[in-house]
Design a binder for this molecule. Structure first.
Ligand SMILES: Cc1cc2nc3c(=O)[nH]c(=O)nc-3n(C[C@H](O)[C@H](O)[C@H](O)COP(=O)(O)OP(=O)(O)OC[C@H]3O[C@@H](n4cnc5c(N)ncnc54)[C@H](O)[C@@H]3O)c2cc1C
Length: 365
């Protein structure tokens, strides 16, 4: 059976919930399809001790302040609770357990295909996250099975990591934070491929993001020279190689270039036999399930602030979709409002909301 929908949002994380809220408030018939059994699933699977690098004052979605003192840093479970309450209290029409397998154009708009049903939609907003597919370098295949290895997305707590020497590969925020936490219980080596610019979390008692806002840097877009420069140079917030070495006793290593059996080789030729390797080597995007002419010859998505050349097909929450904040809690609303305005400019073509509205937080099974 094919149900007609005005707007289908794919993904019930902060991006999907934010645009869902804005569109529902305007009376649009919106349906949010979420693969997991609960909203905010990406946050639920992050490590136990995770603390945000953005303080409460910069963690709010539209319409609801993030609870707590503005200068404190929420933990993972605080974010899960905030997003879950957001979906629940605003009665957002989230259909859970609803993995979208394909989005295709048809004569009247888009077909959104799930395992057990297909929706027809005038507008589709893809909000499936900036960090989707764990990336692990191919040398990982050469690691002896006696050495435990996993991607950072599977890391939860130091107690789960076997005793012995740990090698964390990846010098971004995730690599540093996991290495620092493990340094209390394990001998930790951190392999850094490309150095990122370290920035302190707080400067003269004030949070870093207050300076980035005050200087206008958070508003710099991908079309500006400074924005493009910022995009090309990742930043390390609240950690630094020096502090990792001195304060946490972490042994810094160069890029991991080879693995043979149980031995890892770094760029300077040094070698290490770790008991565990944690790959903090980032994530990729997967839009292979979208069948629409919105990708270039290299498979890269082509868009302008989330608006594609395919009328009615939008993206939200991509890294640097428009600014540094596009994939952050406190700034995703800027792009969400922009897209909601694009959608609002097009009147709904079908029946009013009451005829089709999905019950909020419905489990599809
Ligand atoms: C370790 C880490 C720390 C971070 N710390 C901060 C921080 O301190 N402050 C900050 O502002 N940001 C932080 N971020 C960045 C960002 O806020 C998060 O990545 C956030 O989860 C992005 O929200 P999202 O809604 O765009 O995507 P996600 O949270 O990834 O949500 C996407 C949703 O889409 C669903 N989905 C995916 N595919 C499908 C499909 N085919 N069908 C249906 N549903 C689907 C997923 O189940 C998921 O629930 C951090 C990110 C990481 C990885």
């Amino acid at each position: 059976m094919t149900d007609h929908h005005d707007v289908v949002v794919v993904g019930g994380g902060q991006a999907g919930l934010a645009i869902g809220y804005l569109l529902a408030r305007e009376g649009r018939q919106v349906t949010i399809l979420e693969a997991a059994e609960a909203p905010a699933s990406a946050w639920r699977t992050r490590w136990d001790s995770l603390r945000l690098f953005t303080p409460v004052r910069y963690d709010s979605l539209p319409g609801r302040p993030f609870p707590g003192h503005p200068d404190t840093y929420p933990g993972r479970d605080d974010v899960v609770a905030y997003l879950t309450d957001y979906a629940h209290d605003f009665e957002l029409p989230v259909e859970l357990d609803s993995t979208v397998r394909a989005v295709r154009r048809d004569d009247r708009g888009y077909l959104v295909e799930l395992d057990d049903r297909t929706y027809e939609a005038d507008h589709v907003v893809v909000a499936t996250g900036p960090f989707q597919v764990p990336r692990v370098p191919s040398v990982a295949e050469r690691l002896d099975p006696d050495v435990v290895q996993f991607h950072s997305s599977a890391y939860r707590t130091p107690g789960d990591v076997p005793a012995g020497r740990v090698l964390v590969v990846g010098g971004g925020n995730t690599g540093f934070q996991i290495a620092e936490e493990l340094s209390r219980t394990h001998a930790v080596h951190l392999s850094i491929g490309a150095r990122q610019t370290p920035l302190p979390q707080r400067i003269a008692g004030r949070d870093l993001f207050r300076y980035l806002e005050a200087t206008g840097l958070m508003g710099k877009t991908t079309s500006s020279r400074i924005g493009r420069r910022m995009q090309a140079r990742e930043t390390l917030i609240g950690s630094s190689p020096r502090a990792a070495r001195r304060r946490h006793g972490i042994r810094l290593r160069g890029r991991t270039v080879d693995i043979s059996g149980t031995e890892v080789t770094f760029r300077d030729g040094a070698r290490l036999r770790p008991s565990t390797v944690i790959w903090a080597t980032g994530f990729g995007l997967d839009h292979s399930w979208i069948d629409a002419p919105v990708f270039d010859a290299n498979g890269q998505l082509v868009h302008e602030r989330g608006v594609t050349a395919a009328p009615g097909l939008y993206f939200l929450g991509l890294p640097w979709q428009h600014t540094r904040g596009s994939a952050l809690l406190g700034w995703v609303k800027d792009d969400a409002e922009y897209l909601a305005r694009q959608i609002s400019a097009m009147p709904p073509t079908q029946a009013p909301m009451s005829e089709h509205a999905a019950p909020s937080l419905r489990n599809s099974r």
